[in-house]
Design a protein around this ligand. Structure first.
Ligand code: GLY
Length: 567
């Protein structure tokens, strides 16, 4: 992706043709083969936008930029302007893989005890559903930063897709209705949110046309003025005013100071493959590589896919990995994280030596302390590969589905509740049941620890698996299973993505399983001493594999409107 802006002068009539095209929604596709480019997102409209950008000669980052904004309109439960995320991208021209951190930051006025009540207890209402739960958003500057460095097409043209979807409207699809139904009670507390996603007292339903004029206006301002308006201009002013009116502490200084950061990817080796993933403030890359290092001491292939033996070894591995996550991980701009040690082969060997199929590891011994859990499966992930092999793996989020539920009225976008990802009090779990310690305590301008794991796996130095997932703490185990399914269990990416998943994070001490595992396996695991809990669905792993034959795309069938499209 040479920085070689074409500054395409696309005539209005041509623009009209492709903008009309994205309004036509055909049935989503979950699996597709292609040669010249591929996108997979959790929302069919966004996949169509990405595909169209590739068709028009855009590269993977152009497509990612347009998809990022399209999802903010058609998949508002996680797509966003008011949140943040991570992008791992491979640039074929320089043969480099880089990570862009556009995670939200704590406001300048935030402090360690922000969410503590007088009695010393954590107020979950404050950390999840108040204006104090909002981290300084990073998405708008993040997408622009990626595009500025690697994009080819005119940014303004790429924004037209989202503007059109917001202004002219789109037909609501099942996943949005399902999410609105699930979060209705929280959303209807906010008049501004209700005004967008409700018709009177009822949510928008599948088949309804949803228009978002205020969001369209905001997008037009971003088109005209770029991210400057969001962080320094009129949008910033309105955003700060609204947050303040609701008791929040984000100021204009917070927005003005916000900057995304280019970071080195965290890398590891598994068999003949190189893994490149997200470094802190995500825990995802380190946890993934640490898990693979430990698992390389076991013959996962011979043990078999989703056998009791494999699930035992993987679960015990994850107990150690998640306890290290809790103990050591935080924003490396503020705290020292022993990354080198955590991803070293030697350290993995010491852990592997403690794991055996003879008996199960005691989570209390590894963690010390009992923890409860409330699971939430939010966030969204998309992947793009273009004809030159440039690859983007992007996960971004509002944290909870629809963030904290508040919507900036004149701006039309939802606010995140990412501050809940900090440890409000060491030892107390966040919404994903993840415990953190001092490393992840709240400090002004610090980034909260994340589990998002946008990943690119390389074979013969070329991108081979491009994957990632939403799902809070389940993201790491989802990505791990997709990779193992392809590498050790010889699955196509379709089978790897759709295969039944399980999850263990040590605390709470449950082995979570999706519906459909064999009764014998579950019985065996129970006999070994695992506490089994049925989970709804785990993750949503939009993924692509690429080799000399071409590309295979897989959208996760766990979501009804996910689609992989290629050309
Ligand atoms: N808020 C979910 C994550 O960052 O992992």
């Amino acid at each position: 992706m040479i920085k070689h802006r074409l500054n395409l002068v696309i005539s209005l009539s041509l623009l009209g043709i492709f903008l009309t095209a994205i309004q036509v929604s055909s049935a989503p596709l979950f699996y597709i083969k292609a040669k010249k480019g591929m996108v997979s997102t959790q929302d069919h409209y966004a996949s169509k936008v990405g595909l169209d950008v590739l068709k028009k000669g855009g590269n993977a980052v152009d497509a990612a930029y347009a998809i990022g904004y399209a999802l903010a309109v058609t998949h508002p439960q996680a797509g966003n302007l008011g949140g943040g995320g991570f992008m791992v991208l491979y640039d074929a021209n320089s043969d480099k893989t880089v990570a862009l951190d556009y995670r939200e930051k704590a406001p300048l006025a935030a402090h360690k005890d922000l969410f503590l009540l007088e009695n010393g207890k954590v107020s979950k209402t404050k950390s999840r559903f108040s204006a104090l739960s909002v981290g300084v958003p990073g998405t708008v500057l993040g997408l622009e930063t990626a595009h500025q460095r690697y994009g080819r097409l005119d940014r303004k043209v790429l924004l037209d897709y989202a503007i059109k979807l917001a202004e002219k409207g789109f037909v609501v699809q099942d996943d949005l209705e399902i999410a609105l139904k699930r979060y209705k009670v929280n959303l209807e507390k906010h008049e501004e949110t209700k005004a967008v996603f409700f018709k009177g007292n009822n949510i928008y339903k599948t088949g309804d046309m949803l228009k978002q004029p205020a969001l369209a206006k905001t997008l037009k301002r971003i088109k005209k003025h770029g991210s400057k308006d969001f962080y320094h201009g009129k949008i910033a002013k309105q955003l700060v005013r609204y947050i303040k009116s609701k008791g929040g502490i984000i100021t204009k200084d917070d927005l003005q100071k916000y900057q995304p950061v280019w970071r080195d990817v965290v890398t590891g080796k598994y068999k003949n493959l190189r893994i490149a993933s997200m470094p802190p403030p995500s825990s995802g890359g380190i946890a993934l590589i640490q898990s693979l290092n430990i698992l390389s001491h076991f013959d996962i292939r011979a043990m078999g896919h989703n056998s009791a033996e494999t699930m035992h070894i993987m679960s015990d591995t994850l107990k150690y990995v998640y306890s290290d996550r809790a103990r050591y991980l935080g924003d490396t701009d503020f705290v020292d994280v022993p990354t080198k040690k955590l991803i070293s082969k030697q350290y993995a060997e010491t852990i592997a030596n403690k794991i055996s199929t003879q008996n199960i590891v005691n989570s209390d011994d590894v963690f010390q302390g009992a923890i409860s859990i409330k699971e939430s499966t939010d966030t969204t992930h998309f992947v793009v590969v273009d004809k030159d092999g440039n690859s983007v793996s992007n996960t971004y989020t509002l944290n909870f589905t629809f963030g904290n539920g508040m919507l900036a009225p004149k701006l039309g976008f939802l606010l995140n509740n990412e501050m809940d990802d900090f440890s409000a009090k060491p030892g107390v779990p966040n919404a994903y049941g993840l415990i953190g310690n001092e490393q992840n305590s709240i400090e002004p301008e610090k980034r909260m620890l994340s589990s998002m794991t946008p990943t690119i796996v390389f074979k013969n130095n070329k991108p081979f698996i491009i994957t990632g997932s939403p799902g809070g703490s389940q993201i790491i185990t989802t990505v791990l299973q997709v990779i193992l399914n392809v590498v050790d269990h010889d699955m196509t990416i379709r089978d790897a993505v759709s295969a039944k998943r399980f999850h263990h994070q040590g605390k709470p001490d449950y082995l979570f399983v999706e519906k459909g595992f064999s009764k014998e396996t579950i019985k065996e695991l129970k006999e070994k001493g695992f506490l089994i809990k049925e989970a709804g669905s785990i993750g949503s792993a939009q993924s692509i594999t690429r080799d000399d034959e071409g590309m295979l795309g897989a959208a996760d069938p766990r979501k009804k409107n996910a689609s992989a499209l290629g050309l």
